[in-house]
Write a protein that binds this ligand. Sequence first.
Ligand SMILES: [Zn+2]
Ligand SMILES: [Zn+2]
Length: 254
Amino acid sequence: MKVTVIGRSPAWQDADGACSGYLVETDTTRVLVDCGNGVFGKLRGRIDHRELDAVVISHPHGDHILDLIPFAYALLYGPQKAGDRVRLHLPPGGAGVLRTICGAFDSPTLMDDAFDVDHYDPESGIQVGDINFTMTEVPHFIPAYAMAISSDGCGRFVYGADCGVSDSLVDLAKGADILMVEATLPVNHEGPDGVESGHLTPVQAGLMARDAGAGRLVLTHASDCLDLEGSRLAAAEVFGGAVDVAREGLSWDL
Ligand SMILES: [Zn+2]
Ligand SMILES: [Zn+2]
């Protein structure tokens, strides 16, 4: 199983960057996790978007869903391809959010027209081809779902979505080969932290990776406006293991 960063920015893109989007591939299955602004063009630079099996969304904030709009238009009006439609697995209530957004420009059924849409049950998770997703809710401003992603014979990759400090994420990430978790806040962040902030500092991310016993920590959802090497060093100091900062094109084989 291979995981590739398509975009890693928080609510606004880095210069020439993209918001949240991660491509998960095995020999037989391709899934895009989150589809924030800027992701669709970056994805097309790597694969034929029509060959994705599914898109899985962690939570319906703009930086995780907005490029579903150009993706949908490409599926409807771009060159067609015979075969299965791309599935869109949304968190509970996600379809309503997208119908409201698309309804504002008079296309409320855009997602339903372009994708095979369903809501996943976070309790039971989902299976796409040979890739399994196990979800847990994490503290954020709206319901958001972290996911453990695995495939038979491969390692375990855990994506924390957007979250504040979370015991449920630590539990999900126990023994993960890679924990990718957000580090939206700067090292010297002052103000609400923990659950109230809805986001993590690099130190909080490192402590969660340490508590989970993760093999490797990847910091993501961090802007190029931050000192990202400083973030990496701060997380590594408390984690005690290898830390990467996600950037476009970076990938890991599990
Ligand atoms: Zn976000
Ligand atoms: Zn969010």
